[in-house]
Design a protein around this ligand. Sequence first.
Ligand code: PEP
Ligand code: MN
Length: 354
Amino acid sequence: MIIPKESHLTPEQERELKAITGEFGIKLQKISGATRTIYAMVGDERDTLLLRRVEGLPYIDRVDTMMKPYKLMARKSELANHRVMVNGKAVGNGHFTVVAGHCTIDPKNPNAFYETAQAVKEAGGDMLRGGVWKPRTSPYSFQGHHKSIEILMEAKARTGLPVDTEVMDSEQLDIALEAGVDMLQVGARNALNYGLLKEIGRKIHGRSTVVLLKRGMHMGPVDEFILAAEYIVAGGSPNIVLTPRGTLPTLDGYRNHPDESITLLLKERTWAPVLVDPSHSVGKAAYVPFAAMAAASYGADGLIVECHTHPTQGIGDDPKQAVTPEVLARIIRDGRAIHAMLQPSLEGMSLTAA
Ligand code: PEP
Ligand code: MN
C-alpha cells in the first residue's frame, strides 16, 4: 500500500507512480477514503528496487508492505479512520445501527412491504431491508422478482429510510445500482464468489453505495471472511459492512451455528462496522431477540433483522423467522442499551472508532 504525504496526488504524480509500478508488472489501485486517497499495489509488491523507487518519490510518505494477508481491511491500515456512511449517517461508530424488513418482498402485495417499512421506521430502525432476488436452495422455489425493486424504492421514498437488497449477479447489480439502492447485500452463498466481489468493488468505486457482506455458510476462518471483504475494498471503495449470520454445520435445533461471537475478532482485526444477522443464525422468530442481544453483547455495531407486520402472511423466510415490529422495537431499545453499557469495555480494548 502506498501512502502519499498529502491527502491526494496530482494527476502527474499519479501518472509517474503508475509508470514505475507498471515497469514491475504491478497495477495501481486507487482507494478513495473520505479524507485521503491511498494506492494499493496489485501484484507482487516485494521487489526491493520497486520499493526503493516508490519511497524515493518526494510526494510519497511510505510504502506499507504489511505481512497481514489483508492490507486495506486491517485495523492498522490507513483506512482505519474511514467512516461507512449511508445517507449522511455513519453505520456504527458509536451508534447501534439497525437494518430491518422483509426477507422477501412479495411482488403481489406491495402494501405489506410499505406497512412494514413504516413500522420499522416507527420502531427506530435506521434502514430498510427487502429481498428483491432470492438465493433459494431449490430452483423450484420463488426466486424473487425484478419488479420488487420498484416496491423497495417506493418504500424508501415513503419512509425516507435507506434500503438494502441482495444481488447475486451482474444483471441484478446493474439494476440495483441504477435504481439507487443504498446498501448492496452479498449473501452467504456468494460470500466467496470472487468474480462477483471484484465486479461489485469495481462498480461501486466512486459511488456512495455500501456493501453488506455476509460471512460464508461454511465454518471458514475469520481471515477468509475479511479477505473476501478485501476483494471489494480493493476495487476502490471502502464502504463495507461485515455480517456474521451463522455457519454450517447447524447447531441442532437452530437454522445455522450462531457465530455472533466472532464480532470481537472482526473488530480487533479490522476497522469495518459489524452488523450481525440473528435471523438467519437461529432461524426462528422466538429465538431472534436472544441472538440479537448476544450480538450486542459481543460488541456488534448493530443488526440486520427480518421483520414483518404479519409474518404468517409473508413469503421466503418471513413466516418462520421474521419478528413483529413490536419485538423489533424491544430489540432496538435493549440492543442500544447493551451497546452503550459495553462502550467502556470496547474502549478498554481500543475497539471503538479510531
Ligand atoms: C437473506 O438475507 O434473506 C439471506 C438469504 O441471507 P443469507 O445470505 O445470510 O442466507
Ligand atoms: Mn431471509
